[in-house]
Design a protein around this ligand. Structure first.
Ligand code: FES
Ligand SMILES: [Fe+2]
Length: 345
């Protein structure tokens, strides 16, 4: 598991994924996690394996501030994972149950987005040294969201996500763009917190979908570790925020979640069409991942060429520097330098 980014906040789900009193199961970077929401609305995360005999706590229930295992009813406090009750013990068998612990993960709900902190130290407790990402525009109900499991390691999914050259091929369709509409592009990039951004610009005029917005949209695209991409489109004082999280499940599967937030009326009205289009894009990427696996299973050497693949190189450099800074116990130094990249797509 060491080749997943650690000591960082992972996107765990949308607020609407977890109703009050519910427990759900997610697997992030090889860790099965149960996410729950207490009666008071607070969201928490515990390892989804009971330390007694491995039953998933997500199949149990929440009782006040504890999760009750479905198998023998052991209870674990949601704020620290300590066992608070072993019902099978008699009065004469007094023992300090709190010495038994299930792993507890710091959890934050920022607007509609839920973040879980994965420490490299499994016994970590307390406040993480960094804050989870915060996107002010995500403080509202999502317009829509979509999810898929990609059959690849997270690195291939992230690199595919930021790859500007596959659009005219993988996403070729009459209403979007074609190989014929390819032209030279120059985009200015700059370092950002734990990542980088394509500086605000007006999207290419060959993107018919953007024209539907009305007015000149200005787009800013950001990427940050571990695999969070945002595309923020502003038209006047209105916004469309497209949020994408690419999260490793295990070494061969990756979860991709795409969420749209907007106060642009046209977009809200076009929701069914937008949803179909977004779905199609995701499927096209997933199909290409499956094709790519046909080659990857022979463990070939791969290439990263010129500016079209520079963002992929930055991702690798960011990941390496993140791990190195943690190993050395020093501050992270962003390896990305401001640069204008040129490519055709
Ligand atoms: S397996 Fe959870 S209480 Fe026994
Ligand atoms: Fe794509």
């Amino acid at each position: 598991m060491s080749d997943f980014v650690q000591d960082i906040w992972y996107f765990a789900g949308l607020s609407s994924d977890i109703k009050t009193g519910d427990l759900i199961r997610v697997v992030i970077a090889g860790e099965p996690i149960t996410l729950g929401r207490k009666r008071d609305g607070i969201v928490f995360a515990l390892r989804d394996i009971c330390p007694h005999r491995a039953a998933p706590l997500s199949a149990g229930r929440i009782i006040d501030d504890a999760v009750e295992c479905p198998y023998h009813g052991w209870k674990f406090g949601v704020s620290d994972g300590a066992c608070t009750d072993i019902p099978a013990l008699t009065e004469a068998q007094a023992m300090d149950t709190t010495r038994i612990k299930v792993r507890h993960f710091p959890t934050v709900e920022n607007g509609a987005l839920i973040w879980v902190y994965l420490s490299s130290d499994k016994r970590f407790s307390g406040t993480p040294p960094i804050d989870p990402p915060r996107f002010d525009f995500a403080n509202r109900k999502a317009l829509m969201s979509d999810a898929l499991t990609l059959n690849c390691h997270v690195d291939h999914a992230v690199i595919g996500l930021m790859d500007p050259a596959h659009g005219p091929y993988v996403h070729r369709q009459w209403w979007w763009r074609s190989a014929k509409s390819m032209h030279a592009k120059s985009k200015a990039f700059e370092p950002r917190e734990r990542g980088f951004a394509m500086a605000p610009h007006s999207p290419s005029s060959n993107s018919f979908a953007y024209k539907l917005l009305g007015g000149t949209p200005v787009t800013e695209i950001t990427f940050r570790l571990p695999g969070i991409r945002t595309e923020n489109i502003k038209v006047g004082d209105k916004t469309l925020l497209s949020f994408t999280a690419v999260t490793p499940i295990d070494a061969t599967r990756t979860h991709i979640r795409q969420v749209f937030f907007t106060d642009i009326l046209t977009i809200r009205l076009l929701k069914p069409i937008l949803k179909m289009g977004a779905r199609k894009f995701l499927r096209q990427d997933a199909d290409m991942v499956d094709l790519q696996q046909m080659g990857l299973k022979f463990d070939p050497n791969l290439m990263l060429i010129e500016d079209a693949d520079t963002q992929a190189k930055w991702y690798q450099a960011l990941k390496k520097e993140w791990a190195a800074s943690k190993a050395d116990g020093r501050d992270f130094v962003n390896p990305v330098k401001a640069k204008t990249l040129h490519w055709k797509s």
